[in-house]
Design a protein around this ligand. Structure first.
Ligand code: TRP
Length: 335
């Protein structure tokens, strides 16, 4: 395609591996990362959006977090998906298309695919291009009966779903309590947009982490092996690599704290000393103990999440929880 006719939001369609019905790339360009880093490090309270955690190394570290003994959400949610897969498959019905927002390594959706032989299509959307491509190709090869079309994009940006989704009943899949990584008002906006995109008659399967004992929460984000710390600090190495940064990761430390007033875990990178760091051709000053706020993980009550979903235009159909009330899985209908 000639360059002049492309604007920044047009997707490109690269060579599509044979097992995929489509591979659409909305190209997350370096300019956006650069812009967000300059804005975030230049702010009075420094912050960088969490979506930049997921470069190739970050995606691998995240998979390692999910396997940690302290990180209860993944195994609890997978157990819920396994235990209720048949019921969820019945709710999906025949020839539906699942649309997964921020799909990572695609391990969770396999539980649903194995239990739902009537599923017609699957659209994984993720920002980490190579990781997405490899995961989607492997999944498609294992499920030749399902039309798989991958979309590389920030799943909060407006995208046009590929034909595999357009001609089917659409059900969103949003596990991992990623909804908790939005500010509540952004969570509402995201759910509203998703409801519109999925369309009347559609649905959503969504995993939501619950408010609980502060020590259990704290440990989940401060694991004893330091994997979460490495994941958080990798953001600085990514800035070094991609934006000519001069961060010394060892001059920062990972911290995750439970903010009970706002019902959220906050993740920070804390400067161990007063220092000056260069990135994107600019210079940023850090006072000793100054933080870069890298993520929030809001925790909900079942009632609180239900109210949010209903406000966004969904009807709440079902909730499943583990015996200890650690994590919740919901089925919502687009009202
Ligand atoms: N959605 C996950 C959560 O909020 C993401 C996550 C888990 C995460 N562990 C993390 C993000 C550690 C950054 C660092 O639990």
């Amino acid at each position: 395609m000639p360059r002049e006719t492309r604007d920044t939001v047009s997707p490109t369609v690269p060579d599509i591996p044979e097992v995929l019905a489509d591979f659409i790339d909305y190209g997350h360009d370096a300019d956006t990362f650069q812009h967000d880093v300059i804005t975030g490090l230049g702010a009075a309270r420094k912050a960088i959006p969490p979506k930049y955690f997921y470069d190739e190394r970050g995606s691998r570290l995240f998979d390692a977090i999910c396997a940690l003994p302290e990180y209860y959400p993944t195994r609890t949610e997978v157990a819920l998906l396994r235990a209720h897969a048949a019921e969820i498959a019945a709710l999906l019905g025949s020839d539906a298309c699942l649309v997964e927002f921020g799909c990572g390594s695609l391990t969770k959706v396999r539980v649903l695919l194995d239990a739902a032989p009537d599923l017609g299509g699957f659209i994984p959307i993720d920002i980490s291009r190579e990781h997405l491509l490899a995961s989607a190709v492997s999944l498609a090869a294992d499920h030749p009966g399902v039309e798989v079309a991958a979309v590389c994009a920030d799943f909060t940006q407006p995208i046009t779903l590929p034909p595999a989704a357009a001609r089917r009943r659409r059900v969103g899949f949003f596990p991992g309590s990623t909804i908790g990584n939005f500010e509540p008002r952004d969570a509402l906006a995201f759910l509203r947009t998703a409801a519109r995109q999925l369309g009347t008659g559609g649905g959503m399967v969504i995993g939501v982490d619950l408010v609980k004992d502060a020590e259990v929460l704290r440990a989940a984000y401060n694991d004893s092996r330091g994997v979460t710390a490495a994941f958080n600090l990798n953001l600085l190495s990514r800035i070094n690599r991609e934006l000519s940064g001069s961060f010394e990761p060892r001059h920062f430390r990972h911290e995750a704290v439970w903010n009970a007033d706002d019902s959220r875990i906050e993740m920070h990178l804390i400067s161990r000393r007063a220092q000056r760091v260069h990135a994107c051709g600019r210079s940023f000053a850090f006072a000793e103990a100054e933080t870069i706020h890298t993520e929030n993980s809001y925790k909900y009550t079942v009632e609180g999440f239900k109210a949010l979903a209903e406000q966004a235009g969904f009807a709440h159909r079902r909730v499943w929880m583990d015996g200890d009330g650690l994590f919740s899985l919901h089925y919502l209908d687009v009202a």
